[in-house]
Design a protein around this ligand. Structure first.
Ligand SMILES: [Zn+2]
Length: 448
């Protein structure tokens, strides 16, 4: 299995122009191959081979690129044709047809050892073919999204040079293998996960003397979303006041894409940080079972439940909540398949006496027995108990609950180089370690 790391690169002056030229030529070659493929198929009743396809293109300017890059364009067309054929026959996707659209630009591929290599001076060289020389770039750092470990250059496979339309910058898509030593995890050890909007993941596991709970705060995501929502709304309003396609409209359209692209990158990064911390918790506990409180479909239920219909802002928060992606990342980072249990009343039921309370704020206090705890910790402990025993189960009110707070930090602005490494960046000194530890009952100060 291969994964792909996306690394932004800065290209300037002549390099930038040459990158546009080679991706433009790749688009032209692709377009030429489409036409040639259709003719060939009509005449011979089969698809052309690589040699036949590339040999039929006569315009020398279109062919001005590395031989492996040309093969990459041919391979891409064949893959697209294969997908189109299966959509047209088996899956019967409506509107499916063979590739036909002329491409102005197309990402170009560089194979390991031929298309790209590391120079003796320690630079990344992307070969553009005999006539055009090469692009020389600083060697980017690639971090395995699953382990958080840097991936050495020797392990890299194909590199793609792509224009990121949303962020309006160049990026390298670097593929690398995923094989690595999987830590030994015991399926009998269960981690319960409570998901939420303010604290995206709260994890609980049983210890010898009680429970260990880690609350991962994702407040940074809220700020990113808020910033995006307000700036996009502003641009959309301005756009609605100008003629579609006008210069001003185009300028605003670019600004909208840029704002969205930036937010997308920042949010993905926050999800990686959250799940990296969660994966560390799971691995430190040696847990081979991860059970998540099932909140799927909660958006739909906000309209008609015993609770009041959620307000406009709460509904927007719910619809922009990326828990699906966070669950996927956590599964990928731990190699453990996540299971779900019903989480109804998990954050309301008192773990000590099973009375249902209506907690306000981030604190949980039982009005029947006086048990107090962090609200999300209550949820995670209840989910853990339901996963272990099949139902919410009383815990001894004197049980020790150790709560650790961790925080996902936002990316620094204008720091493209930091993007690839930020996910393994430690959080600030005070939040990267246990910042509060207490026994039940304890006052909750850090959650505010
Ligand atoms: Zn109670």
């Amino acid at each position: 299995m291969y994964r792909t790391a996306v690394v932004p690169v800065r290209l300037e002056g002549a390099d930038r122009r040459r990158a546009f030229e080679v991706t433009h030529r790749a688009g032209l070659l692709y377009t030429a191959l489409i036409a040639q493929n259709n003719e060939f198929y009509a005449a011979n009743g089969r698809a052309p081979s690589q040699g036949e396809a590339l040999g039929s293109v006569t315009d020398p300017d279109v062919l001005r690129m590395h031989a492996h890059t040309k093969i990459g364009v041919y391979t891409r067309l064949m893959e697209n044709i294969g997908t189109a054929l299966s959509n047209m026959s088996g899956d019967k996707v409506e509107g499916a047809r063979l590739p036909w659209r002329a491409k102005q630009y197309m990402p170009v591929t560089f194979t390991a050892g031929y298309g790209w290599r590391i120079t003796p001076a320690g630079r990344l060289s992307l070969s553009l073919g005999r006539a055009d020389g090469r692009l020389l770039l600083p060697v980017p750092s690639v971090v395995d999204a699953r382990t958080g470990q840097p991936v050495p250059c020797d392990a890299w496979g194909e590199i793609e040079l792509c224009w990121d339309r949303d962020n309006r910058r160049w990026a390298l898509h670097i593929s690398y293998p995923t094989e690595w030593a999987v830590p030994v995890l015991d399926p009998a050890i269960v981690v319960g996960v409570d998901e939420g909007i303010i604290n995206p993941m709260t994890l609980a596991v049983k210890t010898d003397d009680g429970y260990a709970v880690t609350v991962i705060n994702g407040r940074a995501a809220r700020a990113v979303k808020h910033r995006r929502n307000t700036s996009v709304a502003k641009v959309v309003r301005a756009k609605s006041r100008c003629r579609k396609g006008s210069r001003r409209w185009k300028k605003l359209d670019r600004a909208e894409r840029r704002a969205k692209g930036k937010a997308t990158t920042a949010l993905r990064n926050i999800d990686h940080q959250v799940t990296r911390k969660a994966a560390k918790f799971v691995q430190a506990a040696g847990a081979g079972t991860i059970t998540v409180g099932d909140v799927r479909g909660i958006e739909k239920n906000t309209r008609h439940t015993e609770r009041k219909r959620a307000g406009r802002h709460q509904r927007r928060r719910l619809s922009q909540w990326s828990r699906g992606r966070q669950e996927r990342y956590l599964g990928e980072k731990t190699s453990v398949a996540l299971t779900h249990v019903d989480e109804s009343y998990s954050s309301r039921t008192c773990p000590a006496c099973l009375t249902r309370n209506h907690p306000t704020g981030r604190n949980y206090q039982c009005r029947a027995c006086g048990f107090t705890c962090h609200r999300d910790a209550v949820g995670a402990i209840n989910i853990l108990n339901r996963a272990t025993y099949g139902s919410y189960t009383r815990i001894d009110p004197t049980t020790r609950v150790r709560v650790t707070y961790l925080r996902a930090t936002p990316l620094p602005q204008h720091s493209e180089a930091a993007l690839s490494t930020a996910q393994m960046r430690a959080t600030t000194a005070t939040t990267g370690r246990v910042s509060q530890e207490s026994e039940v009952p304890y006052p909750d100060q850090a959650a505010a």
